[in-house]
Write a protein that binds this ligand. Structure first.
Ligand code: HEC
Ligand code: HEC
Ligand code: HEC
Ligand code: HEC
Length: 220
């Protein structure tokens, strides 16, 4: 009996709920709008932060570094990495490309999936655009390992202040010494030539693939 009496009460409550259910979107709309705006704001804020970090330093190209580091330049120029753009050309490394399942006749110098690892600063300020427009940025150059030079080359690194602090140069974007993390940006399994059992021996590779190392004159 008591249950039966409750039923209408329940029913009216349901109705109220439904009413509330209908009014909810009306006040939820501005709230959702506000949340969307806040989210968009946060996304813009963080991506701008990221973009600022990237654009803070402009890539200057190895010719700039050469002005003050001719020995490292000469030694680097002979490495495979300095010439790593050329392997993208049709007819180059045909045997290796065939083994990796690539098209030996295709011109990969225009393939945007290869360029981030076979050029310097692809898609970034001062970085590689095309072989015609930015020939200096083809291949793995100084700034792939040492960071974009726009904010440290000729400013912190100045022949007038050759005893600058490494920390000051680092704040301006210098990566020194380059660690395995830097190498791993390219030496990883996204490369079609790198198998699952790829081993990257950092110390050995530094000796083989960067440039000869010379004693610096000053303490930093
Ligand atoms: C205007 C001259 C100049 C230019 C251009 C320049 N550097 Fe330097 N750099 C120096 C001097 C001077 C030193 C200190 C040399 C010494 O101690 O013998 C130095 C030191 C360095 C060091 C060692 C830093 C340390 O704290 O031990 C690295 C790495 C380096 N330069 C990389 C580069 C790269 C990469 C570029 C190009 C993006 C570049 N430099 C351009 C002048 C220059
Ligand atoms: C994630 C970075 C990355 C991408 C993307 C990439 N490569 Fe490479 N590529 C490398 C690295 C690193 C090596 C050197 C591997 C080693 O010796 O350890 C290499 C080596 C090569 C070689 C030389 C192989 C040999 O045995 O001499 C060729 C040719 C090549 N890549 C072509 C390409 C082509 C074509 C593409 C695009 C379809 C591409 N790569 C995409 C990083 C990359
Ligand atoms: C921007 C991408 C990139 C970065 C960063 C990079 N590499 Fe490479 N590396 C390559 C590519 C591409 C090749 C293949 C060049 C070729 O065969 O034409 C290569 C080849 C090499 C080779 C030649 C392999 C051989 O047997 O002679 C060595 C050694 C090497 N890298 C060491 C390093 C080290 C050490 C670092 C970090 C300090 C590093 N790499 C950072 C892209 C990169
Ligand atoms: C593949 C990565 C890579 C590239 C490309 C590269 N470097 Fe280096 N560089 C290194 C590493 C690794 C060291 C050694 C850091 C250490 O001593 O631990 C170094 C050290 C240096 C030093 C300190 C002195 C010395 O000889 O060791 C200078 C200066 C320098 N590099 C300049 C250059 C310049 C200029 C270029 C381009 C012409 C260049 N590097 C290209 C990885 C690279």
């Amino acid at each position: 009996m008591a249950d039966e009496e409750k039923k209408p009460v329940d029913f009216s409550e349901e109705e109220k709920d439904e009413e509330a259910g209908f009014t909810l979107p009306r006040c939820a709309l501005p709230i959702t709008g506000l949340l969307v705006l806040m989210l968009a704001g946060a996304i813009i804020y963080f991506s701008m932060g990221k973009y600022e970090h990237i654009s803070q330093g402009t890539f200057v190209g190895p010719g700039k570094c050469k002005e003050c580091h001719p020995q490292q330049y000469a030694s680097w120029k002979k490495t495979r990495m300095a010439n790593s753009f050329n392997v993208l050309r049709p007819g180059e490394k045909s045997k290796e490309k065939r083994l990796a399942g690539l098209d030996t006749e295709k011109d990969y110098t225009l393939d945007t999936s290869c360029l981030p690892c076979h050029t310097t600063g692809y898609g970034m300020v001062g970085g590689f655009v095309s072989i015609e427009e930015t020939p200096e940025m083809a291949g793995v150059t100084c700034e792939s390992c040492h960071g974009h030079g726009g904010s440290y080359a000729t400013t912190v690194m100045d022949p007038k202040t050759p005893n600058f602090e490494t920390a000051t140069a680092r704040k301006a974007g210098l990566v020194y010494p380059p660690t395995e993390v830097i190498c791993r940006e390219c030496h990883n399994s996204r490369s079609p030539f790198v198998g699952m059992n790829y081993k990257f021996h950092f110390d050995e590779r530094v000796r083989l693939g960067t440039h000869e190392h010379y004693h610096l004159k000053y303490q930093h």
